[in-house]
Design a protein around this ligand. Sequence first.
Ligand SMILES: [Cu+2]
Length: 356
Amino acid sequence: MLPKSPLARMFIYGAIAVAILLPITLSIDWFPEQGSASAHKIDTLYDVLLIASVPIFVLVMTVAIYSVIRFRARPDDMRDGPPIHGNARLEVAWVTIPFLLVTGLAIYAWITLNDIETKKKGEMLVHVYGRQFEWSYAYQGPHRRLIQSNELYLPVDKPVKFLIRTHDVIHSFWVPDFRLKSDAVPGITTNWRTTPTRLGIHDVVCAELCGPGHSLMRGTVHVVTDRTFTAWLAKLGGAATSTAAAPGGAATPAAGKQVFAANGCASCHTLAAAGASGKVGPDLDRVVQDAAKYAKGRPAADYIRQSIVSPNAFVVPGFPRGTMPQTFGQQLSPQQIDALVKFLIASGGGGGGKKK
Ligand SMILES: [Cu+2]
């Protein structure tokens, strides 16, 4: 038998609804497989937030739905209920309970965050750079030299601290399996710490709408054994030493090809000679073929150089202005730009003579 009082009835219905819905919400697999030492802490925090918020939401909805059905006005009944005035006990209750609840959750979340962000022993530094529309990385090599990479490799079970920067607009560096995400903000360096625990490949996603190529701004983290990582980094370090694409290197087409690869050009442009098939910007095989036309009497090299350092001076018809970063003129050395121009001209528009 149900009690007569509407308040008691609402409470019983609400309790039944909570008993059914809370286990359902907790049984849902909200997140991808855990890939870092801190992932379970974030997942537990999320479960605690669900346990605190689902009953409140369900009880409020029960009161609302019950009242709409039980106390709805009958036809021609224009009476209103008695007004309620000044109930000190109620007021104290509805201020105190939310205050305690929110404060408790805030303290718990702060403890969790603080725990995750504590400096770990022997942590490795990895620099992360966001750029429209690609991530790149740099590792600490011998003699304080930075080793650049377009791929992210991490040794399993080794703490790592990411230093996150952007070359242009705001991006957000997010590895869902690690449960961590941080904005890359122009002018400042943000960071986050993690310890990868699961071997294999994990997604890297840009979680900040950063321009027309935002949805393509994805990458992967390879979590590998310590030995594989050391070998990979040594190989990368060796390649970086011999590279001609260094800021002061020789301006040859071969160096230009490396500049093209190292600066993310391939994520937006198609160019057969570089094996690139990006679709955000103009097809460079076509552009190079049409360079004489676009150059309007100047040497084609001048036009290509201008398109790299001030891309808005002339935009290939059919593409919006302002998509290509305006910053390559500052990021690249004059030699690197020369090399890039030579490489593009040498590519001949169609990958070494293979005309389309
Ligand atoms: Cu982005």
